[in-house]
Write a protein that binds this ligand. Structure first.
Ligand code: ATP
Ligand code: MG
Length: 230
């Protein structure tokens, strides 16, 4: 059987001084080409789950497998390499560097990639920026970009290394209706054409009917989303 791109098994995560676990034995499996949206009220743990899946933090117990490899307790050097080559991460607050222009920020996504040459990365960055309607803004620093433009730069930065798994925290939260649709279309095409797996958090499940599965996160676990319950 082909391994899932992401396999999350029984993970538990507690923040210090928080009485009940934020994630309480959570399971999730995403195959190549599949897309999954996580919904849930503010504070339910969506960003926490995404950070763990992005190897930015460790669960207390349980396991995370990436393309069949058990990575939960891998050495930090190995986890860094996987973050550079296999995972693209779009933060809820973008985390763009203020002193670099859009292109410079996107190129950061390729900086630690072991095989992507700078020239190739630069060409790919420009193509992707063009694809999301930002070819005229490549030289603008984040302070001169709208929230929606910054969000698109953050998405392109995550895509430049051609990740097997793209993780997006509220990827269309700051976008107008038509740009949000364009971003959803770009992400959908990446899943179907390149076999990329997509994991995203959203407050707006109604607009994500294009994904394969939607789960509600509550009580630290995932439940199949029922539109009426939201
Ligand atoms: N560093 C931290 N220390 C302690 N508690 C934290 C920390 N970060 C988050 N929390 C708490 O953990 C819970 C889950 O937070 P998380 O950011 O994962 O929620 P979320 O579902 O992404 O919310 P939102 O929809 O507002 O983005 C919240 O109760 C939050 O207050
Ligand atoms: Mg969040």
């Amino acid at each position: 059987m082909t391994p899932a791109v992401l396999d999350v098994v029984d993970i538990v995560y507690n923040y210090p001084a928080v009485s009940s676990p934020t994630l309480a034995g959570l399971n999730l499996r995403i195959a190549a080409g599949e897309s999954v949206a996580i919904v849930g009220p503010s504070g339910s743990g969506k960003s926490t789950l995404l950070r763990l899946c992005g190897l930015l933090d460790h669960p207390e117990t349980g396991e995370i497998r990436l393309v069949g490899e058990r990575v939960t307790y891998s050495p930090e050097r190995r986890r860094s390499r996987l973050r550079a080559t296999t995972i693209g991460f779009v933060f809820q607050d973008f985390q763009l560097l203020r002193d670099r222009d859009a292109l410079g920020n996107v190129l950061l996504g390729a900086m630690y990639h072991p095989t992507l040459a700078r020239r190739e990365a630069s060409q790919r960055s420009r193509e992707l920026l063009d694809q999301v309607g930002l070819s005229h803004r490549v030289g603008a620093v984040p302070g001169k970009l709208s929230g929606g433009e910054q969000q698109r730069v953050a998405i392109v930065r995550a895509l430049v290394g051609d990740p097997a798994l793209l993780i997006c925290d509220e990827p269309t939260g700051n976008l107008d209706t038509s740009t949000a649709k364009e971003i959803r279309d770009v992400l959908r095409d990446l899943c179907s054409n390149r076999g990329m797996a997509l994991l995203l958090a959203t407050h707006d499940p109604a607009t994500w009917s294009s994904v394969d599965r939607i789960y509600d996160l509550h009580d630290g676990r995932l439940h199949v989303h029922k539109p009426d319950a939201c």
